[in-house]
Design a protein around this ligand. Structure first.
Ligand SMILES: *Cc1c(COP(=O)(O)O)cnc(C)c1O
Length: 395
């Protein structure tokens, strides 16, 4: 263990079982540790570094803004916040934006918005239906919203108002809907919960049901948004339009930001009902504006789609080669490889030793979410390493 890792153990709460590598530098799809070792990065800061590490458009925007105005308060207008909001509205089906600092905080705001809507239009309805294996964040209310017992059990009792039903089962949503329901909240493709794809027609059926009942359809696109699965937003591939959508992770390509987007009719907050000290900060919004502009102008979503197809083909080739690969699934540059045995940890370590960072999604599954600017050659380089590791771990 290095000096830094010893200090971490001494001073930092033990919430992360970290990989024993201290990263000090990043550029493009590569990072370097304190000993100068280079790694190809298929984790991408947990689907955050959409344009890779230290992309010059974001570095320049942040540098310019940090020298001009780092922070003021939301009592005043600031320009980067307005520019980013306008660009998000122009390129989505939503009409209004609110900025937060993280994904969980964006989802909290979305739930508050749905409850305000319930008070104003649905006789005080406040319950939100969410799904099994979902992940919506780590705040207490979002732990209650997320359909995963491992995040909930340490903290019971949890805030009320969330009804959890099976994912990909529209009838379960119908049965759970009562006159207390104000919204349904889903991920269009579940990330943390296992890279679980929505079945054909599921999201359309859920949206139809929400329309029929007059309740809000909320999509958590914190992981799937910003081009990750091959279109700027995932909903565009599924023939649906959310009333409320949340974003975070890749929105500012590495800077901490979250956003709630809503259709006009759902954007019912009035002054004083919601707020944030740091949310909409000029520096993070300048980063978000530069990143989003670049993503749109350079069709980064298209790159994610094309390179994602190549990644899927290569992972499927390994599935043919190694019987212990049980499943390959995902879309764009959000893919998972599942094994028939719990070998994800040794595979992660094997890859690390050979200079590749991959995410252990579950004891028996890996997740791949590299920067969206990655190319086929870099995918091949990573696949070659994974192939070698599977050869040794697999028997
Ligand atoms: C990561 C994630 C969150 C939580 O975002 P934080 O920025 O960690 O609070 C919420 N929803 C989804 C779908 C996510 O992937």
């Amino acid at each position: 263990m290095t000096h830094w890792q010893e200090l971490e153990h001494r001073y930092f709460m033990h919430t992360f079982n970290r990989i024993p590598v201290t990263l000090v530098k990043g550029r493009g799809v590569r990072v370097w540790d304190e000993d100068g070792r280079e790694y190809l990065d298929f984790v991408g800061g947990w689907a955050v570094d959409s344009l890779g590490h230290c992309p010059s458009v974001v570095v320049d925007a942040v540098t310019r803004q940090v020298k001009t105005l780092i922070h003021t308060s939301n009592q005043f207008y600031t320009i980067p916040q307005i520019q980013l909001a306008e660009l998000l509205v122009q390129h989505s089906c939503l009409d209004k934006v609110f900025f937060s600092n993280s994904g969980a905080e964006a989802n909290e705001g979305a739930i508050k918005l749905a409850r305000r809507y319930g008070k104003q239009h649905l006789n005080g309805a406040y319950e939100v239906i969410t799904t099994s294996s979902s992940f919506h964040g780590r705040t207490l209310a979002m732990v209650a919203a997320s359909g995963q017992a491992k995040f909930q059990l340490p903290y019971v009792p949890l805030p009320v108002g969330f009804i959890n039903v099976e994912y990909n089962d529209v009838n379960a949503i119908k049965q759970a809907t009562t006159d207390k329901t104000c919204a349904v909240m889903l991920e269009p493709l579940q990330g943390e919960g296992g890279v679980n794809l929505a079945d054909e027609g599921y999201l359309v059926a859920v949206q139809k049901w929400c329309e029929q009942k007059g309740i809000l359809f909320i999509l958590d696109e914190i992981q799937t948004g910003m081009g990750r699965i091959g279109t700027l937003f995932a909903y565009q591939q599924y023939g649906v339009e959310p009333d409320i959508m949340t974003l975070a992770k890749g929105l500012a390509s590495g800077m901490p930001i979250g956003a709630i987007l809503a259709k006009d009719r759902a954007a019912v907050f009035t002054p004083g009902e919601h707020g944030s000290t740091f949310g909409g900060n000029p520096v993070t919004c300048a980063a978000g504006y530069a990143a989003l502009k670049y993503i749109i102008e350079h069709d980064i979503a298209g790159n994610a789609r094309r390179v994602g197809q190549h990644l899927a083909a290569e992972l499927n080739r390994l599935k043919q080669k190694y019987p212990l690969v049980a499943d390959v699934r995902g879309r764009g540059l959000l893919m998972a490889m599942e094994f028939s045995r719990d070998i994800a940890s040794p595979v992660v370590v094997g890859c690390l030793d050979r200079g590749l960072l991959v995410n252990r999604l579950k004891p028996n599954a890996l997740r791949f979410m590299p920067p969206l600017v990655i190319n086929n050659d870099e995918i091949d380089e990573g696949i070659e390493i994974l192939d070698k590791v599977l050869l040794t771990v697999g028997d």
